[in-house]
Design a protein around this ligand. Structure first.
Ligand code: NAI
Ligand code: MG
Length: 397
């Protein structure tokens, strides 16, 4: 195995804990790597006025692969107040290092897997007609367009003339909004390009092909949002016809899909959607398979840089516990996505199998898996600590 260099970005709060445990697991599993530390997060905002220092960007540029814990972010006024005294009143404005990283490296493809682990007490169960219940095995990969759509950041309040006039040239805008005072009209643009829509669709098709799935589901709202959602669906159909004739294109409306979440989630293996819809969809699906302790993600794209991270945040209320109680599995599964990405598929399988065994045996469970309220006492109530969970998984490798 070729030795890899991984940029390890712990971030803040529990990000530090889960990343440290993750490296311990990767070492134990035999992953041949060295880790260089990448500074990111609140600490660096406060100390340096920059939550994503240039040196971290340079490391990512150089080594291409990042493992990321989680960061803390706060509203603008709090951010300004917590800056080091010598940095205050210098016009520094807080920005999200995650969004910046995404834009900087054009990481337009985001994958969020939601897969049931047998025996997880947090699994979704469903009533059957005869009054019993069943536990569907969910295996869904959500492909989220990561850089465009409603999160494009193209927004106005009290729009300048040039924007206002352009909007007024649209009949519907003029009829429905043009009679409001301009300063009472708020606009966030939903922009999709063909290029990046095609890239996320192709990523979904490739994944379906590789795994032998029969179709992909485009989950949008083309009947209402015709220009953008409509374009995505049509493009998917064209790509299927031309390059993936064996893979069907199904489509569902995002609102209906959220309702069906509890009806037949096991029927969806590959879902592809625009930025915000996929964000909502992936959180919805994650709820069916154990929530934040199990939700992992990968993001990569044109820039050749790939970053792997749990979807949870820094959970500040648990950050300073003497014995950490949080579930490290979401971080571990993100590392498995990294291994898949760099071609270490066997190693990834080995770790996933060890996780599956621990979950199924049910002897070692973090507080979330026991449905306890998170506090330091959960350890006395039989919950495993973050370290004990890691040890249990290592013992099954
Ligand atoms: P959060 O994800 O940090 O925590 C929400 C709750 O989920 C926690 O209180 C805890 O009960 C549970 N939880 C989270 N991770 C867990 C784990 N591994 N095991 C067990 N339980 C877990 O979200 P919250 O509280 O909304 O935000 C806290 C901070 O994190 C904020 O500053 C926010 O901006 C930031 N954040 C960062 C993200 C990132 O780095 N990607 C994503 C989401 C929030
Ligand atoms: Mg989210």
């Amino acid at each position: 195995m070729e030795k890899r260099t991984i940029v390890a970005m712990p971030g803040d709060g529990i990000g530090k804990v889960v990343l440290e445990e993750c490296i311990r697991l990767l070492d134990a599993a035999g992953f041949n790597a060295e880790y260089v530390n990448g500074d990111i997060g609140w600490e660096f905002w406060c100390k340096e006025g920059n939550p994503l220092p240039d040196r971290t960007i340079q490391l990512l540029e150089k080594y291409k692969i990042g493992l990321f814990g989680a960061i803390t972010s706060k509203p603008k006024d709090k951010a300004a107040a917590e800056l080091a005294p010598e940095l205050q009143n210098k016009g520094l404005v807080y920005f999200s290092p995650i969004v910046t990283m995404r834009q900087k490296f054009k990481m337009d493809i985001c994958m969020r897997p939601c897969k049931t682990f047998k025996g997880n007490p947090l699994n979704f169960i469903r009533r059957t007609a005869d009054g019993g219940f069943e536990e569907p095995m969910i295996d869904t990969m959500i492909f989220r367009q990561n850089t465009e759509g409603l999160y494009s950041g193209v927004e106005w309040s009290n729009a300048p003339d040039i924007v206002w006039n352009a909007m007024m040239s649209h009949k519907k805008f003029a009829a429905n909004y043009g009679n409001h005072p301009r300063e009472e009209v708020f606009i966030s643009a939903r922009i999709l390009t063909k290029k990046y829509t095609e890239r996320i669709l192709r990523a979904a098709f490739e994944y379906a092909k590789e795994r032998g799935f029969k179709g992909i589901t485009v989950c949008e709202k083309p009947n209402v949002i015709r220009e953008t959602s409509g374009m995505m669906l049509k493009l998917a159909q064209e790509i299927s016809k031309k390059d993936y004739p064996e893979i069907a294109v199904w489509d569902t409306n995002v609102d209906a899909q959220m309702m069906w979440l509890t009806k037949n989630p096991e029927n969806y293996n590959v879902i592809v959607s625009s930025n915000m819809f996929a964000d909502i969809l992936s959180d919805g699906f994650a709820g069916l398979i154990g929530g934040l302790g199990f939700a992992s993600s990968a993001q990569f794209g044109e820039g050749g840089v790939a970053v792997f991270e749990p979807t949870h945040g820094s959970a500040p209320k648990y950050a300073d516990f003497e014995t950490s109680i949080v579930n490290p599995i979401a971080m571990f599964l993100s590392a498995c996505m990294m291994l898949d990405h760099i071609g270490e598929k066997e190693l990834s399988k080995k770790i996933q199998k060890a996780i599956a065994t621990v979950v199924e045996e049910g002897k070692v469970r973090t507080y979330d898996m026991m449905k306890l309220r998170g506090c330091q006492e959960v350890i006395n109530q039989g919950a495993a600590s973050t370290k004990q969970m890691t040890d249990a998984i290592i013992s099954k490798l």
